[in-house]
Write a new protein. Structure first.
Length: 263
């Protein structure tokens, strides 16, 4: 039966070649459009933290002056450094992390390799547990490391292979931004879709290759990247300082229940 149907199809194709090609093309375009739409929908509807997203919140505060204030208007998505560090000290949530994106210049220990820049995340200790980031070896740093501005880092598995080949990078030293950092963890491949914890860094960007304590990044003045919105009359040249009236930090918290979120 199948052979008979194929024979009829070939006979029809020989009689109406142009029409048959147009029909095949139309069907192919329809299938392609349907699959593209389905793929885009799947990506946009994806939960970047399955089983955890219902307990993760981004904090919004309104630190601006009453001038031009509009009642009911949503505050800006990001926080000032002053507010973010104050909230981090208060530890009102189960877990909390402040963060911003940036870049670091890496100087490989092998002379054959040239220095290069790579994406970085400047954050605090709870980032890894709150977002359940996978580790190939080692782990994140501690809150004590945040407070002491420790020179510690978590790097991606791909960066570890680039710098140290197949050897475990935990305990090794990486020179970044002109300072030596001790690797405390190597993150396994992780790419939350979308890049929800910092949409300013790229909505579908890959996870950063380097993670270092936020406090350390500010002490070393590592290069940051992202939006920075200021208001009022700035009396400081450093718009990322505690005194600056600028929002540029994302602040995320984990709250294990609706009662905690309401509180």
């Amino acid at each position: 039966m199948l052979g008979y149907e194929l024979d009829l199809a070939f006979r029809s194709f020989r009689r109406n070649k142009v029409l048959t090609l147009l029909m095949v093309l139309a069907i192919a375009l329809g299938i392609g459009a349907a699959m593209t739409t389905l793929t885009v929908y799947t990506i946009l509807a994806a939960d970047p933290l399955p089983g955890r997203s219902q307990n993760i919140y981004i904090v919004h505060l309104d630190p601006q002056e009453l001038l031009d204030y509009v009642p009911g208007e949503e505050p800006q998505d990001q926080l000032t450094r002053f507010d973010a560090e104050a909230l981090l000290r208060d530890k009102r949530a189960d877990r909390q992390a402040l963060m911003t994106g940036g870049f670091v210049a890496i100087e490989p220990e092998q002379r054959a390799q040239q220095p290069f820049r790579t994406e970085a995340r400047f954050t605090s200790a709870d980032f890894f547990a709150m977002f359940a980031t996978p580790f190939a070896s080692g782990g994140g740093w501690s809150a004590a490391d945040d407070e002491s501005r420790a020179r510690v880092a978590v790097i991606s598995q791909s960066l570890g292979r680039r710098l140290f080949g197949g050897a475990d990078a935990v305990g090794r030293t990486v020179r970044m931004g002109g300072a030596d950092f001790r690797v405390v963890g190597v993150m396994a491949p992780w790419r939350p879709v979308p890049h929800f914890y910092d949409l300013y860094f790229g909505k579908y960007a890959e996870a950063e290759n380097v993670f270092v304590p936020f406090s350390t990044s500010r002490e070393l003045k590592l290069e940051r990247m992202g939006t920075l919105n200021c208001w009022g009359t700035q009396r400081t040249k450093d718009l990322t300082s505690l005194e600056a009236s600028c929002v540029w930090i994302q602040y995320w918290v984990e709250l294990g229940s609706a009662a905690k979120a309401a509180a």
